[in-house]
Ligand binder design. Structure first.
Ligand code: ADP
Ligand code: MG
Length: 369
């Protein structure tokens, strides 16, 4: 089932010492979530992710705009008639019910023509439990399960009604690091198997990037960019998106373009074409630095971190806005940690330019010298 948001806006009134003010939690969202895909809604805390999900589920009413499921306008439908499955961060299982009873619960509450026979309910409950691999734990109570297992039960409970749309609001946040990795792969698998259109909310860029077919990057109630994770990483539309995606983060320098040269500090680091002279932010991905004795960009070496898989050169520069520059090298490259200064050449594909005024991305062509 595709989901279409049309000029969707949600404003909240808030009251503080200085009086009434208005928060635009969701500002004119206008995009389509394709059928059968997993979409990551991504952005910092408070950017409107949960509000967006609550509008789609019907828990919140929009201030203006519309929501469609396929051809149907569901904007004014109550949540129970929308056919959505919901999973939250805190599992929200009934503690006094067993796993089986928890998964049964939404089916027992179906009324009228939606009501199912006992056999059909049993079949659905067993299928949902198998899908999330908790069918061995059916008679336990939530208190006897790990966090990861509880979240599986919550997912089974959301799936048992065979929702048209599955909505997950930071479902992994309460899990420890290892379970978080494992459970996100599980969610990916379940989504692949059920093909239910899924919207996955997270503030964790790595989580969103790793499992989503498409990510929607938001800030302060505004959508900044929508696209495949790799495309958004490679072609961020602005400095915010560039900084939000990637670990370690992109290294941002102040610089300028003058006469077809990109200048950081006093050093000409690259020749380029197609850009007017102007002040810029230069974003360099950690994998974009090439150690080179006569490289044009010089930085002060602070340390070398060897992980086995790769080597991180940690350095600083007065022109860099990050407190330290982290550049990642192939582990075979040996770095003399005793030297004071390191010099880099840059891989132009890993260099992003942004207007110092608008912070919007600037297209350029690198000129090979
Ligand atoms: P996120 O899930 O991305 O952290 P939310 O959607 O919860 O963000 O919140 C978006 C903005 O709307 C925040 O500024 C938040 O304070 C505000 N907000 C959310 N719900 C309410 C509410 N019921 N009343 C007033 N303001 C709210
Ligand atoms: Mg939230």
């Amino acid at each position: 089932m595709k989901v279409i948001l049309k000029n969707l806006t949600k404003k909240f009134q808030s009251y503080n010492k200085t009086g009434k003010s208005e928060v635009i939690a969701v500002n004119d969202f206008d995009f389509e979530i394709p059928d059968g895909k997993l979409i990551g809604l991504l952005g910092p805390s408070g950017c409107g992710k949960s509000t967006t999900l609550n509008l789609i589920s019907g828990l919140e009413k929009p201030t203006s705009g519309q929501i469609f499921f396929g051809e149907d306008d569901v904007t004014n439908l109550p949540p129970e008639n929308r056919g959505v499955g919901l999973v939250f961060q805190n599992y929200a299982l009934y503690p006094h019910l067993t796993v089986r009873q928890n998964i049964y619960f939404p089916l027992e509450n179906l009324k009228g023509k939606e009501k199912l026979s006992k056999e059909e309910m049993e079949k659905r409950v067993v299928n949902a439990a198998k899908m999330v691999q908790i069918d061995e734990l059916m008679d336990r109570k939530p208190g006897e399960l790990s966090g990861g297992q509880q979240q599986r039960v919550a997912i089974a409970r959301a799936l048992v009604k065979m929702p048209k749309v599955l909505l997950l609001d930071e479902p992994l946040s309460n899990l420890d690091a290892r379970l978080r990795l494992q459970t996100r792969e599980e969610i990916r698998r379940i989504q692949h198997e059920t093909k239910v259109t899924t919207i996955f909310v997270t503030h964790d860029q790595e989580e969103a990037m790793s499992i989503s077919d498409m990510i929607v990057v938001m800030k302060d109630g505004v959508v900044h960019q929508i696209g495949k994770p790799q495309d958004v990483y490679d072609h961020p539309v602005n400095l915010f998106v560039a900084k939000f995606l990637g670990t370690p983060p992109i290294n941002v320098f102040t610089g300028k373009v003058a006469g077809g040269k990109l200048i950081i500090g006093t050093e000409e680091v690259m020749e380029l074409s197609g850009v007017e002279d102007q002040e810029v932010y230069v974003g360099i991905r950690p994998e974009g630095f090439i150690l080179q004795e006569d490289g044009p960009l010089s930085c002060d070496l602070k340390g070398v971190e060897v992980t086995g898989r790769d080597t991180t050169v940690v350095s600083t520069s007065a022109a860099c806005l990050n407190t330290e520059i982290r550049s990642i090298m192939n582990a075979e490259i040996k770095v003399d940690a005793a030297q004071k200064c390191v010099r880099f050449a840059l891989n132009p594909n890993k260099v992003k330019l942004f207007s110092a005024q608008t912070e919007k991305s600037i297209e350029f062509k690198a000129v090979r010298g």
